[in-house]
Design a binder for this molecule. Structure first.
Ligand code: BGC
Length: 483
């Protein structure tokens, strides 16, 4: 669509699309072609993911699966009877949030009483685990003081948005860091324990029970409180991932055949065994090579906010080297990794102000641009973000198709709780994703619900449910353990 728009613009700027601009268009398109995935290709990607999901669920195949399919021990979505006051911690990106949440049973409402954001500086993201958890415990202490909550020992929901092998609701072993974190001494350790140790090291406050959740699960749970047909949680932000309710009989690594359990797919790891080689472009390979975790989270690196800007920068650089942009002259900024922020993509693709934004951004990057350059930059952004939306759609379609077939249904109506800056902020990402899901899962009617303060409140929901079970208040127990 954008290509046609650009073609028209070439006409408008009076440079004639049949001369040099047409040949430029064709050459640019040639470089962008590997990003364009046909419906057949997406169906094929979906079929590969389906196989990997089955491998991840299997008792004997799990250890070699790149899509980990981690049991969460959450066995049902909320039923609206949960209540109480909770603390929630949310760690998953460069910021860390602390929340005080109140769940009101009578009004079936989750109220965020207050929250505070603490930055996680780069040296902490890459330092020791002890330093990271001391920082978290310090932020929590500050928040308790500001809320006059010190002295009350509230239950705590901890959204920890990294792949963890959950042993129990309050025991969760970090498999590996993603999204730019690399703190030493945490992989292979119980994260709840590390948090409790940090709080004990301070010795000036305490917490009662802790429930650990992935952000996808938190999102599903908080949306599930509003819409009880929500049984999938999806994040497209700094990282990407989804969880969904799987039939227990298919969760081979957990005892029991009855009912369902929420599975954290960790779809970001899809392709780590090389099965997406034909889909990866030279730019994806470069992004992977220069990341702090090469060979890991291949699918995430094609989709999520941590990487999209860098992919665009590499494409722009390549086009400049080929003398198709900026008269062949890159600026120092364009040559600097990380200089093209992912938010620029959303700004440049804005329907009304996009072209003006492109000009401002190219100027900020110290590039000597003309109108055609600005249009090409817009086309590159559109191509890279479209691929991301379509790949996500292929993965989501795999899940909804699986749920439908699991239940032997001719037609499935379901809701996905969604969160993440890419999904929320990009002007047409959600439309593109939804359109592709309709094509890839024609027998499923999928509603998308954006979570309000998702994972934090969701963590409180899981805690509420765990707490309810633990204290014997008699509400439906949705957790497979700890109750
Ligand atoms: C993590 C997931 C998380 C996702 C979205 C990925 O890097 O592995 O656990 O859900 O990011 O935050």
């Amino acid at each position: 669509m954008l290509a046609a728009w650009w073609f028209r613009l070439c006409l408008q700027v009076n440079q004639g699309p049949f001369g040099s601009e047409l040949s430029l268009t064709l050459q640019v398109q040639k470089h962008l072609e590997p990003f364009r995935l046909s419906l057949e290709k997406l169906q094929d990607v979906s079929a590969r993911l389906r196989k990997d999901m089955i491998r991840g669920l299997g008792k004997h195949s799990h250890h070699r699966a790149s899509v980990k399919m981690l049991p969460t021990f959450v066995r049902a979505t909320p039923d609206g009877t949960e209540k109480g006051d909770f603390l929630a911690l949310d760690l998953g990106g460069t910021n860390f949030r602390v929340l005080h949440v109140r769940v009101l049973e009578e009004e079936q409402r989750v109220l965020k009483m207050d929250s505070q954001i603490c930055a996680i500086p780069q040296d902490i993201m890459l330092g020791t685990g002890e330093k990271l958890f001391d920082h978290i415990a310090a932020c929590l202490a500050e928040f308790l003081d500001s809320q006059k909550l010190r002295g009350q020992t509230l239950p705590l929901g901890f959204t920890f948005s990294f792949p963890c092998e959950q042993k129990e609701i309050d025991k969760s072993i970090l498999i590996r860091w993603t999204k730019g974190f690399n703190c030493s001494g945490v992989e292979g350790e119980d994260v709840v324990n590390l948090l409790k140790e940090a709080i004990h090291r301070r010795g000036d406050y305490d917490i009662s029970s802790v429930a650990m959740v992935n952000d996808t699960v938190g999102t599903m749970m908080s949306c599930g409180y509003r819409d009880q047909s929500c049984e999938i949680g999806m994040i497209i932000g700094t990282g990407t991932n989804a969880c969904y309710m799987e039939e227990m009989k298919n969760v081979k690594r957990v005892e029991g055949e009855d009912g369902r359990m929420c599975i954290n797919t960790e779809w970001g790891g899809f392709g780590d065994d090389g099965c997406l080689k034909d889909v990866l472009t030279e730019f994806d390979e470069e992004v992977d090579k220069t990341s702090i975790n090469p060979g890991v989270h291949t699918f995430e690196k094609m989709i999520s906010g941590m990487y999209l800007g860098e992919i665009v920068r590499l494409v722009l650089l390549k086009l400049t080297e080929e003398k198709l942009l900026f008269r062949g002259c890159p600026s120092e900024a364009l040559l600097t990794p990380g200089s093209f922020e992912t938010r620029f993509i959303s700004e440049i693709e804005e329907p009304d102000s996009g072209l003006e934004n492109a000009k401002k951004i190219l100027t900020k990057l110290d590039l000597d641009w003309d109108l055609v350059d600005a249009c090409v930059a817009r086309l590159v952004c559109d191509t890279v973000s479209s691929r991301s939306a379509r790949l996500c759609a292929a993965a989501l379609a795999t899940i909804v198709n699986r749920i439908r077939i699991n239940r032997g249904l001719d037609h499935l109506k379901t809701t996905v709780g969604v969160d993440g800056t890419v999904y929320r902020k990009h002007p047409n990402f959600s439309d593109e994703l939804q359109a592709a899901v309709r094509l890839l899962a024609p027998k499923c009617d999928v509603t998308f619900l954006i979570s309000e303060d998702g994972s934090g409140k969701g963590a409180a929901m899981v805690t509420a449910v765990a707490h309810v079970g633990a204290s014997g208040w008699g509400f439906a127990c949705v957790l497979g353990c700890a109750c």
